[in-house]
Design a protein around this ligand. Structure first.
Ligand SMILES: CC(C)(COP(=O)(O)OP(=O)(O)OC[C@H]1O[C@@H](n2cnc3c(N)ncnc32)[C@H](O)[C@@H]1OP(=O)(O)O)[C@@H](O)C(=O)NCCC(=O)NCCS
Length: 227
């Protein structure tokens, strides 16, 4: 059986929420995963409230979340959210989980990590990433292609880490942060809730909550507008 400690073994199907570009990539991930672990839940289709196509690579786009929440049985069907926006993922997870659906963790078979790592439900770890030891990955985190995560890191719920990001040892990234493609975080720094780090940035100091940073070394570019 595919190992997900909190997964109810009667779940044998899953819905991919989000029929955009990342949805397609997650479908590829899941198809690879099912080749390695044939009992991993079978994708039934995509949920998307504004679908631009009726099917993607042979898998149907089944309709909106609200429609599917009424149609599907949470005892047999789980979900994974294939959407890059951290805040949108948090809202969608809340809706599906309060309706009783379980989030399914999707880890590409090429991802390497030690046994000293915890990964929360619904997280997606894409091909080629390497995570070493004493690492905590929260719920609904995306770790995109070819990232590295060093020892003693925490990446909390709903963080989005784009391709090719290097997270040094002892880094703490609080919930809802978005880290752009190819960014680097130096050892021991922390990133406050909902902050953003631009593509190609090097974070040499800790990042404040809600602030957007870019450049080398990373500097604030503007504050998030007040909610
Ligand atoms: C940093 C980021 C979040 C800022 O987005 P934004 O708030 O919409 O900012 P803007 O595009 O309005 O840019 C504001 C300024 O920052 C600069 N800037 C934006 N991103 C930058 C980056 N990554 N590095 C350096 N400068 C950057 C812009 O050139 C602009 O400068 P100007 O005011 O001198 O013209 C975004 O540009 C970014 O890098 N996102 C990561 C995207 C990514 O990697 N996605 C992964 C998809 S898989």
């Amino acid at each position: 059986m595919y190992k997900q400690s909190n997964l109810d073994t009667s779940l044998n199907k899953l819905i991919i929420i989000g029929a955009g570009g990342f949805g397609k990539e997650v479908l590829w991930l899941i198809r690879d995963l099912r080749q390695a672990h044939p009992d991993f839940p079978e994708p039934l289709g995509f949920a998307d409230s504004q679908p631009s196509t009726p099917e993607i690579q042979g898998l149907p786009v089944l309709g909106s979340d609200s429609h599917l929440l009424r149609q599907l049985d949470p005892r047999s069907t789980g979900f994974v959210i294939a959407i890059g926006s951290s805040s949108l993922r948090a809202r969608i997870a809340q809706v599906w989980e309060s309706a009783g659906f379980q989030a399914i963790t999707c880890i590409h078979p090429s991802v390497r990590h030690s046994e000293y790592i915890s990964i929360g439900a619904g997280s997606v770890l894409c091909a080629g990433s390497t995570l070493t030891t004493d690492i905590h990955i929260g719920r609904h985190v995306i770790l995109n292609l070819h990232c590295t995560v060093g020892h003693d890191c925490r990446i909390e719920d709903f963080c989005t880490v784009a391709p090719g990001v290097h997270i040094s040892g002892g880094v703490e990234i609080e919930s809802g942060c978005e880290i752009g493609t190819g960014a680097v975080l130096l050892p021991g720094i922390s990133a406050g809730k909902n902050c953003k780090l631009g593509a190609g940035a090097v974070a040499t100091r800790s990042l404040q909550a809600g602030v957007t940073y870019a450049g080398v070394p990373a500097r604030p570019i503007h504050k998030e507008p007040a909610a």
